[in-house]
Design a protein around this ligand. Structure first.
Ligand code: PMP
Length: 405
């Protein structure tokens, strides 16, 4: 069965937006996805019918809010095939998840230890580890990519040794679209006993994640890139690893027993979740997952591949267009440069035509420096985009090219 994109689009109120009389063409999905009515309704419903604080009330509303909030955790756990719901820690997003891991790691690293990352990192999966290394005297080792934007897997394997404490890589690169062979990389890192942390910000919405099958120790992701609200995300960690992980924020909710001079911390997941959480966000994220998981995953993938294939076809006919990231395995992310133009000017002219793309360094300055480019223009496709929108994007690009010539 093919995806009924017309029906799907009906569920996204924002897609009806007109910009200066032109229909919105939203191609900035790697930055954040739009929200279906089911998610918007879940947020409104929570605040309308059962808003209360969780885990501490002795009244109906609090019990109901707690029930829905914890059910949301179960939804996430089963979506990523976690072993237990206690392995799912609510965070504000991928960035916070990675910071929790880096904060704990910094308490364990010693001079001589090594942390491996890749050349394709988003700043969230780079500055975090870099700062942990600076604090502790550990070494940050950066594994190169090839010209297509694929990780040099042999170099990755060769860099692993008994000093490697943690290996961090993205499931999918936000700047290049590359899908990394995460199972293979994890298996290699496990042979030397390193912890494996996967930045799943871009991977979570593309193709199903099974953390147990991957074999990693941490998988981090954000709700807003999965059709859910902003300000909510998850840190999944293997239970044995999380149980000993150093607490990061302290305060209410994360304790077992408090005295003036000492505190015993609570059990998972609460020990890593201090303070009042983003209750509505968690419920909204679960609504997004329920909505997304009910779609035909095979049809989604086929549709996304068709969008990218059409874009590649049109790009091949576009004079002066240089694609940044041509990996064999990639998602619907097209980063590019147009000869003689600056990405910011392209973005501006496309915006005048109602087409939303991203321009700039894609939060990956070292990668841009490695590629010797100032940044890119980036179109990123999602399940509600159409072939006609891809074509409109290329027509607009041609117009921009003529205007800027
Ligand atoms: N890693 C990657 C690969 C990303 O694309 C992003 C978001 N652009 C992040 C991490 C950070 O995610 P967030 O801003 O939701 O914390």
């Amino acid at each position: 069965m093919s995806l009924d994109v017309t029906a799907l689009r009906q569920q996204f109120p924002i897609l009806k937006t007109q910009i200066d009389g032109k229909p919105l063409v939203y191609l900035d999905n790697a930055a954040t996805t739009q929200k279906p009515q089911a998610v918007i309704d879940a947020l409104v419903e929570f605040y309308t019918t059962c808003n209360a604080n969780v885990h501490r009330g002795s009244h109906y509303l609090s019990d109901e809010a707690t029930r829905r909030y914890e059910k949301a955790r179960t939804t996430v756990a089963s979506f990523i095939h976690a072993n237990a719901k206690e392995e799912v820690i609510w965070t504000s997003g991928t960035t916070e998840s990675l910071n929790i891991i880096a904060h704990g790691l910094a308490q364990q690293l010693q001079p001589g230890d090594e942390v491996l990352i890749t050349e394709m990192e988003h700043h969230a999966n780079l500055v975090t580890w870099q700062q942990a290394c600076i604090k502790t005297g550990a070494k940050l080792v950066v594994i190169p990519i090839n010209e297509a934007g694929e990780l040099e897997v042999a170099r990755f394997e060769a860099a692993l040794n008994t000093q490697t404490r943690l290996v961090a890589f993205p499931h999918v690169s936000n700047a290049l679209g590359t899908i990394n062979p995460i199972n293979e990389l994890t298996a290699m890192a496990k042979k030397v006993g390193a912890l494996v942390s996967i930045d799943g910000a871009q991977g979570i919405a593309h193709g199903g994640v099974d953390v147990q099958a991957i074999g990693c120790d941490f998988y981090s992701f954000s709700g807003h890139k999965l059709f859910g609200p902003t300000g909510i995300g998850c840190l999944w960690g293997r239970q044995q690893v999380l149980e000993d992980w150093p607490v990061w924020q302290t305060g209410g909710e994360m304790i077992a027993d408090v005295e003036y001079q000492n505190t015993t911390f609570g059990a998972l997941p609460n020990r890593l979740e201090a303070g009042t959480p983003n209750i509505a966000g968690a419920i909204g994220m679960a609504a997004a997952i329920d909505w997304f998981a009910a779609l035909d995953q095979h049809a989604i993938q086929t549709h996304e591949k068709a969008l990218l294939a059409r874009a590649n076809e049109l790009a091949a006919d576009m004079p002066g267009m240089r694609l940044i990231g041509t990996a064999k395995h990639k998602v619907g992310i097209m980063s590019f440069l147009l000869d003689g133009t600056h990405p910011a000017d392209i973005g501006f002219i496309l915006d005048r035509q109602g087409i939303a793309i991203r321009t700039g360094d894609n939060c990956a300055q070292p990668l841009m420096k490695r590629l010797k480019i100032p940044g890119t223009a980036r179109a990123s496709f999602s399940i509600y985009n159409t072939i006609e929108e891809v074509e409109a994007f290329f027509n607009a690009l041609k117009k921009a090219q003529t205007m800027l010539a």
